[in-house]
Write a protein that binds this ligand. Structure first.
Ligand code: CA
Length: 717
């Protein structure tokens, strides 16, 4: 029994005085049978003339709803003027007892219009009364410490019901651009009005501002993204987190947001008014609506793996030790490295994940989810999430996550039905459409993410060609389906919000004094293009950190989770300085989007890949075209060596194999240019590739094949 967390509470006819026996009861079939609540109406449901409050807490013997006019104790409320004052609203204006019903659910129905009323629960567990916000809150006051009753229909922006964006592409076709709401627009160079806010994503026609001068030839914001060609924006956590004081918008403070407080409430500091809980909801919807209008999907980064507070978390307050895992001695597990880990294997937390994800998908029209430290969740939960999303109509929701935890995971050893962590060792059990960040490829391409000076293939390390070939295939060997059919479950990337930016990593490994973060030096540019080319031609799903395409720098900072704004924000002036790099990324994205053999979810195209060279820092392969109207074949060559090289595709092939190769090629990507427009033509099978260079070419179609494909499709010429 833990000395630090004594417990004394009663559930039904059982009295518990130590944590391990309480937790054993939580994990028993008896508890599951008696107390699992399958209704999806926990929290506060506002209807036209009533509000229903429901709270799940089998451990409580009494509960009340406390009603407040203001969203925090620091705010007062002037009844006549309906405005907030700063004279304090510490006491509830009403407290209403709730009735305990079946399965430990407390309930009360109040008549009247409760939209905009703030509330908490007062709960009696053991010998103590405690006050808590609602873990199922859909809205909250400033800083999230009080929940708010919300009529969601009243939060919809104009035209929301016509928001009809549907991502129907294959998962592997997605090209994800990962950004933090504030980073996107906070720099004055963004030329945006709503700097740091959700609404910056609704601004159209924004252009670069440099020394007070507008540069119309350099669009910023969503216009820029449309031009870049990515398919999805993935946001760092959008849901309410604990560590930025929302009541002080002008104070210099920053956080990535991996400190979750309210899982179904948007973060308040990105809204124009965090004091009125409905504003942030409307503005986040406006942001998503605007991205959808631009043809861009939205992926949310969800942080279910831990709670920022432990004993003070709403979960723990309403149901002690239920939602977090504990070790055998009763201490709370810490797989997140942030003080605790949640227990996805317990029915009510698994249902919480499922219900809240469904809510975010349906209410906010979100197009996918990225699971932070997914290795803390169990495989069964992740697979249930995948099938729940597949049950929602008409859209291909993206699901992917980090297949690891920060520290060892405390999933309890169930004998009858063993549970496994959703991490890399258990990918065979994971639904193939729950994709995983491929850290192996990330480190192979540009060197270890944590060891500053360690290099990878692109920045000069030798003898990695064969390992990289497997990475290019998207590590199909990580799953049984992959081994059999060549399918990839990887998210291929070289940089994300974690660790060094790609440009910083390349800069630090290239120069001993670490200088040059701001200068687009030629060799480093070439290496950067090489990294991007490997990612964007690989068989996994492509992912990049926002600004990777314009040499984003944090000046060597490896963990900027709470660093000052100028370290984290996107500096749009770099779209000028690094114009050539940005153009190259845009071209690679265009090549990927028009080459369905690079994004073939079935694995068939991957099986058609032939590696022609995997030595001397050169990787050369051909891949068969997938669709009749596309080129028959692509050739992709990377040369990470310090010298230019002539690569002959026929070397090592028999005469008959060599005869099958196309002998006319359109070069699409080379030293300075990448794009779907032909740069020059190569006759034969020999290609010159510059030092640290890339070459992508498509075969020029032969007339006979064109006729064949017409016949194949039943067409008449
Ligand atoms: Ca917050």
């Amino acid at each position: 029994m833990s000395e630090r967390h004594p417990v004394s509470l009663r559930i039904g006819s059982y009295q518990f005085d130590d944590i391990p026996s309480l937790v054993r009861y939580y994990q028993s079939p008896e508890f599951e049978r008696d107390y699992t609540y399958f209704g999806n109406d926990l929290g506060c449901t506002v209807k036209t003339n009533e509000a229903v409050f429901k709270l799940w807490s089998p451990a409580a013997d009494e509960a009340e709803v406390l009603l407040y006019h203001a969203g925090s104790s620091a705010e007062g409320w002037n009844r006549e003027k309906d405005t907030h004052l700063i004279e304090g609203d510490e006491k509830p204006y009403q407290s209403i007892p709730m009735n305990k019903g079946q399965r430990g659910v407390f309930e009360v129905t109040l008549s009247g219009d409760f939209h905009g009323i703030y509330y908490t629960y007062r709960i009696h567990i053991g010998d103590e009364w405690t006050e808590s916000a609602d873990p199922y809150a859909k809205a909250a006051g400033v800083n999230g410490r009080r929940s708010m009753a919300v009529d969601l229909k009243r939060t919809n922006p104009e035209g929301w019901e016509r928001d009809s964006y549907r991502y129907t592409g294959e998962g592997t076709e997605a090209i994800i651009w990962e950004v933090h709401v504030r980073d996107f627009s906070y720099s004055e160079s963004s030329g945006m009005k709503y700097r740091g806010k959700y609404l910056a994503f609704t601004e159209k026609g924004t252009v670069l501002q440099e020394n007070g001068v507008s540069k119309p030839e350099y669009p910023t914001g969503v216009d820029y993204l449309q031009k870049l060609g990515i398919t999805h924006v993935q946001f760092l956590p959008l849901m309410d987190y604990a560590t930025v004081d929302e009541s002080k918008p002008d104070m210099e403070q920053y956080n990535w947001g991996y400190d979750p407080l309210n899982y179904m409430v948007p973060e308040g500091s990105y809204s124009t008014d965090p004091f009125h809980g409905e504003v942030r909801i409307r503005e986040m919807k406006q942001m998503i609506q605007a991205l959808h209008k631009a043809g861009i999907g939205v992926v949310m980064d969800v942080v279910y793996n831990h709670t920022y507070f432990t004993e003070a978390s709403w979960f723990h307050k309403v149901m002690p030790y239920y939602y977090h895992r504990t070790l055998p001695d009763g201490t709370i597990g810490n797989a997140s490295g942030c003080g605790n880990e949640t227990a996805s294997e317990r029915s009510m937390f698994r249902l919480y994940m499922l219900d809240s994800l469904r809510y975010l998908a349906e209410e906010y029209h979100v197009d996918g989810f990225r699971f932070d430290l997914m290795g803390i969740h169990d495989v069964d939960t992740m697979n249930e999430i995948r099938s729940m999303l597949d049950g929602l109509k008409g859209k291909n929701y993206l699901t992917y996550g980090e297949p690891w935890a920060a520290l060892p995971v405390a999933i309890p050893p169930y004998k009858k039905h063993p549970l496994y962590a959703a991490d890399k060792p258990h990918m065979d059990l994971l639904d193939p459409r729950v994709r995983v960040f491929d850290d192996v490829t990330r480190d192979l391409i540009k060197g270890d993410a944590f060891e500053k000076l360690r290099i990878g293939y692109a920045n000069g390390a030798g003898f990695l060609e064969k390992e990289l070939a497997d990475a290019i295939l998207g590590h199909p060997g990580w799953t049984s389906e992959g081994r059999e059919e060549g399918k990839s479950q990887s998210v291929t990337y070289v940089s994300s919000h974690d660790n060094y930016t790609l440009w910083d990593k390349l800069t630090m490994t290239a120069s001993s004094d670490g200088s040059g973060f701001d200068s687009p030096e030629l060799i480093r540019l070439a290496v950067n293009k090489l990294c991007a080319s490997i990612v964007l031609t690989s068989q996994g799903m492509s992912f990049m950190q926002a600004g990777e395409e314009f040499g984003r720098t944090k000046y060597g900072e490896g963990n900027s989770y709470n660093a000052e704004s100028h370290i984290n924000m996107l500096d749009w002036r770099r779209t000028v300085t690094f114009r050539e790099l940005t153009d190259y990324y845009r071209g690679l994205i265009a090549i990927r989007r028009m080459s369905s053999c690079l994004t073939d979810e079935s694995g068939k195209s991957a099986r058609s890949i032939v590696f022609h060279q995997l030595t001397d820092q050169i990787i050369a392969y051909t891949i068969r075209g997938r669709k009749a109207f596309e080129p028959q074949m692509l050739v992709v060559i990377f040369n990470a060596g310090a010298e230019g090289a002539m690569v002959d595709l026929t070397s090592g092939l028999s005469a008959s194999e060599a005869a099958e190769l196309p002998d006319q090629w359109n070069v699409l990507a080379g030293e300075t240019y990448a794009g779907v427009r032909k740069q020059y033509q190569v006759d034969g099978t020999r290609f010159y590739v510059y030092t640290r260079g890339v070459l992508i070419a498509s075969s020029v179609r032969r007339v006979a094949d064109e006729l064949d494909s017409f016949r194949g499709r039943g067409g008449v010429k």
